[in-house]
Design a protein around this ligand. Structure first.
Ligand SMILES: Cc1cc2nc3c(=O)[nH]c(=O)nc-3n(C[C@H](O)[C@H](O)[C@H](O)COP(=O)(O)O)c2cc1C
Length: 355
C-alpha cells in the first residue's frame, strides 16, 4: 500500500493519512478580516486531508499584509472561524490555523494609514497588493523592545482565540519573508539589542513566539513552518545553514507537534540537515507530486507531505491519489479573487466531467 495512506501522529492529532493541505492565502474574507460561509465550505470540502493548515491569519490588525485576508483578533472573526472548524470536524477532518504577521511586507493602505513594522527600518524590494492595486513597499518602522513584547502577547492571545474557535492547533508562519523570518535573517535584522546580531539573538523572537503559543495551546498543538533560502519577499541571510541549524536545535525538548519545511530548489539539502535534529513530526512541502511524496515517505525522509496548489484545485486530492485519477489544474487567476469562483467550485471526482 502507498505510504501516503497510513496513519501518522502529528502532536496531539492523529492523521489518518500523510497528505497535509498547505497554508494558502485566498483573500476571500471581508474588509474586517472576517471569513464568510464560503470559507467553511472550502475547508470542509478538503476535510479528507490528514491535516488542513489554514491560510495565513493575522494575529492583530498590524500583521495584515494583503487585501481581504482574515484575522483572529475580534469576536466576529472568532465566530466565523468556529463555523469553519465545525464544518471540517463534521466531515471528520482536523485543522490548524496558521498565524501570519507580515511585518514589513505590507502597506499603510492595508493598516489604516500606519507604517508597517519590522525588526529594522529596511525597505523591502517589491510591491504590496493593496485595495488600490500594486504599490511599492515602504520603509518600515523598527519595533521597540516594548512593542516586540506586545506582538508576542498578540500571538499568545491569537492562539487562545484559535483554540476557542475549535482549531486542533496553530502553526507559526516562520517562512516566506514575513515578520518572524525578518527577525531570523541577517539581511532584514540589523538590530543592536538582544533581538539582533548573533544567530542566538536573531532566533530569539521566533523561539519566544513558539513558547507563547505553546503556553496557550500546549506544545503538542503547535507547529512551525520554515522555508530556508526561499529568497522570497526580499529576505536574505548571510549564513542560512547556520541560522536554520541553530533554530531547529533550539526546538529540541519543546515537544512541538511538527516542523514543516518547504523547499524550493535550494543548493543545500535542508531536509538531510534538519530532520535528524527534530524530534516531532517532520513535514516536507514545495513542488511535491504523488510520486515524490511517496518516495520521500518510503525512504523515511518525512513523516507527512504537504500539498498546496494541488489541494487548492482538488478538494478530494487523497481520493484521487488513491485511485490514480487525473487532477484538476489550478487556475492562478482566481487564487486571490473575491467570491466563490475558483474557490468552492473545483469538482470532486464523482462530479468531474467524464468521471
Ligand atoms: C495561492 C497560494 C497561497 C499561498 N499562501 C500561503 C500562506 O498564506 N502561508 C504559507 O505559509 N504559504 C502559502 N503558500 C505556499 C504554500 O503553503 C506551499 O508552500 C507552496 O504552494 C508549495 O507547495 P505546492 O508546490 O504543493 O503548491 C501559498 C501558495 C499558494 C499557491
Amino acid at each position: 500500500m502507498s505510504p501516503l495512506f497510513t496513519p501518522v501522529r502529528i502532536g496531539r492529532a492523529l492523521a489518518p493519512n500523510r497528505l497535509v493541505m498547505a497554508p494558502m492565502t485566498r483573500s476571500r474574507a471581508d474588509d474586517h478580516g472576517v471569513p464568510g460561509d464560503i470559507t467553511a465550505t472550502y475547508y470542509a470540502q478538503r476535510a479528507g486531508a490528514g491535516l488542513i493548515i489554514t491560510e495565513g491569519v493575522f494575529p492583530s490588525a498590524m500583521g495584515k499584509g494583503y487585501v481581504r485576508t482574515p484575522g483572529i483578533e475580534t469576536d466576529a472573526q472568532v465566530a466565523a472561524w468556529k463555523q469553519v472548524t465545525e464544518a471540517v470536524h463534521a466531515r471528520g477532518g482536523r485543522i490548524f490555523m496558521q498565524l501570519m504577521h507580515c511585518g514589513r511586507i505590507s502597506h499603510p493602505s492595508l493598516l489604516d494609514g500606519a507604517t508597517p513594522v519590522a525588526p529594522s527600518a529596511i525597505q523591502p524590494a517589491g510591491q504590496a497588493w493593496t485595495p488600490v492595486g500594486q504599490v511599492d513597499y515602504v520603509t518600515p518602522r523598527a519595533l521597540s523592545l516594548d512593542e516586540i513584547a506586545g506582538i508576542i502577547d498578540e500571538y499568545r492571545q491569537a492562539t487562545r482565540r484559535a483554540i476557542t474557535a475549535g482549531f486542533d492547533g496553530v502553526e507559526l508562519h516562520g517562512a516566506s519573508g514575513y515578520l518572524p523570518e525578518q527577525f531570523l535573517s541577517s539581511g532584514s535584522n540589523q538590530r543592536q539589542d538582544h533581538y539582533g546580531g548573533s544567530v542566538e539573538n536573531r532566533a530569539r523572537f521566533v523561539l519566544e513566539l513558539l513558547k507563547a503559543m505553546a503556553a496557550e495551546a500546549g506544545a503538542d498543538r503547535v507547529g512551525i513552518k520554515i522555508s530556508p533560502e526561499m529568497n522570497f519577499n526580499s529576505i536574505t541571510d548571510a549564513a542560512p545553514q547556520e541560522t536554520y541549524t541553530y533554530l531547529v536545535e533550539q526546538l529540541r525538548g519543546m515537544g512541538l507537534a511538527y516542523l514543516h519545511v518547504a523547499l524550493f530548489g535550494t543548493p543545500v539539502d535542508y531536509h538531510a540537515l534538519l530532520r535528524p535534529r527534530f524530534e516531532g513530526a517532520y513535514l516536507i512541502g514545495g513542488g511535491l507530486t504523488q510520486e515524490s511524496a511517496e518516495a520521500a515517505l518510503a525512504a523515511g525522509k518525512a513523516d507527512a507531505t504537504v500539498f498546496g496548489s494541488a489541494f487548492l484545485a482538488n478538494p478530494d486530492l487523497p481520493e484521487r491519489f488513491r485511485l490514480g485519477a487525473a487532477l484538476n489544474a489550478p487556475d492562478k487567476n482566481s487564487f486571490y479573487s473575491p467570491g466563490p469562483e475558483g474557490y468552492i467550485d473545483y469538482p470532486a471526482l464523482a462530479a468531474a466531467p467524464g468521471a
